[in-house]
Every structure is written in structure tokens, then in C-alpha cells.
Write a protein that binds this ligand. Structure first.
Ligand SMILES: NC(=O)c1ccc[n+]([C@@H]2O[C@H](COP(=O)([O-])OP(=O)(O)OC[C@H]3O[C@@H](n4cnc5c(N)ncnc54)[C@H](OP(=O)(O)O)[C@@H]3O)[C@@H](O)[C@H]2O)c1
Length: 266
């Protein structure tokens, strides 16, 4: 595979660092974005041929910082791939949602990827191997009780990605939406992990997502990929027969509500 220059947000997180390891092993060059310079430097040091990779401090929680990140990236020269991976989650009932948590969620999970895609499109257009991978979630297709702001952000990201795939259909930029099911990272609080265990919701290792992302880099056609069985079936079932999924989730509701309110300290 041609060595690609890849911008990766959320690089020091669970899925981000698994992707960084796997892309570096495949010979790609990375620009690792994160909020913690020590964690970024440590990650860079663990990668194959550390000097091939660069790190950049990047807090994605405001439009102004994203504009300056985009300008710095543009000054660094050609870029082949943008991976919008940074994200956060929040577990709790709608009644307990805080204004600042809603705003932060939409900013990092939805507005930042939209703004980075827009800002980097001119750079990507000049690469012969251009690709964007937006990391979604099965919760970008299934409204799951307890995850309203997260689902809203990922539904939005899926919609944005679908439009971008169609707007760029006649151009050589592959646009991918990659939607994992639950993944074993610190994004999931102990309450979420305990609930998943009780409900039998399976979790993947971050390396599963990294392998899927690496495979997408070899694919020139835009695509949307959902990971994990039976979650990928539920995504389709929810689109075709939403009441079937709603009825199944209604049975889980007492358990979900118990963990969601425990988590809030009620
Ligand atoms: N874990 C799951 O169950 C799961 C399932 C489906 C989809 N996903 C998606 O996978 C992606 C990666 O999640 P993960 O599981 O690897 O979670 P994680 O380990 O918590 O990593 C999240 C990353 O996002 C970064 N981030 C958060 N807020 C940020 C901000 N304001 N500015 C810049 N970066 C910020 C974090 O940076 P710091 O290191 O500086 O905190 C961290 O690197 C997310 O988009 C998530 O929605 C996760």
C-alpha cells in the first residue's frame, strides 16, 4: 500500500492509539492530534519509526481552535487522510442533561468533524489517495435510552457523512463512515460497562476498529461500515421496523434506568 499521511484526532484515546499503532506498522505517516502533550509524545515514542510521525496539541472544543488547527495542518503540506475519531460520551436520562454537556458533546462529536472536513477538503483534493474516515457508532443509527446527546451527535455525523459521500461522488476522495458497537475503552464509565454486561451487550477490543479502519484505507469507493454482530443487524432492523427495536428496548428500560440514575448519583 502507498504510504499515506494521516491526520488522526483523539490519537491518545483507546481506539485512536490502536489505530495509530496499526497505521504506523503499515508504513503510514501520522499527524497525531490530542490534548495532552505528554500522552502524545509517549504514543509517538511507542510507534514504529517515531521520527516519521508528528504530534499536534488540539482541543476541539471551539470553532476558533479548529480554525487554527486547520491553518497549522495546511502549513504542514500535503495530507492524504483525515480521521475524525475524537469524541466523548455521556450516560444519563434526558431529564438530567446539563446544558454545557450537550454543547460540549455536539461540539466535539459533530461540529469539529464537520469543520475539519470543510477546512481540509482543499488539501485532500490535491492528494491522489484522499480519504476521510468519520468514526460513528451503532448509536448513530439506534436511539438508545440514556445516550440522547451522544446519539444526537452521532446521528448528525452519519447524516453529514452521507451528504459528503454524495457531494463528492464524482471526485477521487473516498468518504467512509465507520460505526463500531461498544468498544473496551475508558470512554465507557463503570456504570455503562456494568449495564452492558447485565444486558449481554458485547464489547470489542479497540484493535478490531483499528483493523477495520486500516482496511478502509485500501478502499477507493466511499462506504459505511457497521461493526459487530448482531448490532449491524439491529441497525438495519431499526431503519426498517423501528417498533421491533423499540419493543425490545422497552424490556431493557428498567435496567437502563437503574444504571443511568445510579451514574448520576441519585
Ligand atoms: N468506546 C466505545 O464504546 C465506542 C463505541 C462506538 C464508537 N466510539 C467512538 O470512537 C471514538 C473514539 O473513542 P474511544 O472509545 O477511543 O474513547 P476514548 O478512549 O475516551 O478516546 C476519546 C478521544 O477523544 C479525545 N477528545 C475528547 N474530547 C476532546 C476535545 N475537546 N478535544 C480534542 N480531543 C478530545 C480524547 O482526548 P484526550 O486523550 O485528550 O482526553 C481521546 O483521545 C469516539 O468518536 C467514540 O464516539 C466509541
Amino acid at each position: 500500500m502507498t504510504a499515506l499521511k494521516i491526520v488522526l484526532t483523539g490519537a491518545t484515546g483507546g481506539i485512536g492509539s490502536a489505530m495509530a499503532q496499526s497505521f504506523a506498522r503499515a508504513g503510514h505517516r501520522l499527524i497525531l492530534l490530542g490534548r495532552n502533550s505528554d500522552a502524545l509524545a509517549a504514543l509517538q515514542g511507542r510507534l514504529q519509526e517515531p521520527s516519521r510521525h508528528q504530534i499536534m496539541l488540539a482541543d476541539l472544543s471551539s470553532a476558533a481552535t479548529i480554525a487554527s488547527i486547520a491553518a497549522k495542518l495546511a502549513a504542514m503540506g500535503e495530507i492524504d487522510v483525515l480521521i475524525n475519531n475524537a469524541g466523548l460520551s455521556d450516560f444519563g436520562l434526558v431529564a438530567d442533561l446539563q446544558d454545557d454537556a450537550i454543547a460540549q458533546m455536539l461540539q466535539v462529536n459533530l461540529l469539529a468533524p464537520m469543520r475539519l472536513c470543510r477546512a481540509l477538503l482543499p488539501l485532500l483534493s490535491s492528494s491522489g489517495n484522499a480519504a476521510i474516515i468519520n468514526i460513528g457508532s451503532s448509536f448513530g443509527s439506534i436511539g438508545y435510552p440514556g445516550f440522547s446527546a451522544y446519539c444526537a451527535s452521532k446521528f448528525g455525523l452519519r447524516g453529514f457523512t452521507e451528504v459528503l459521500q454524495r457531494e463528492l461522488a464524482d471526485q477521487p476522495i473516498a468518504v467512509h463512515y465507520l460505526a463500531p458497537r461498544a468498544v473496551r475503552t475508558t470512554m465507557n464509565s463503570p456504570a455503562v460497562m456494568a449495564m452492558n454486561k447485565e444486558l449481554g451487550n458485547r464489547e470489542d477490543e479497540p484493535e478490531i476498529v483499528a483493523a477495520a479502519a486500516l482496511q478502509l484505507l485500501t478502499q477507493r469507493r466511499s462506504s459505511s461500515r457497521y461493526l459487530g454482530w448482531p448490532e449491524k443487524l439491529f441497525v438495519r432492523l431499526n431503519a426498517l421496523l423501528p417498533n421491533v427495536v423499540a419493543n425490545a428496548l422497552k424490556k431493557q428500560l428498567p435496567t437502563i434506568r437503574r444504571y443511568a440514575t445510579q451514574h448520576r448519583g441519585h
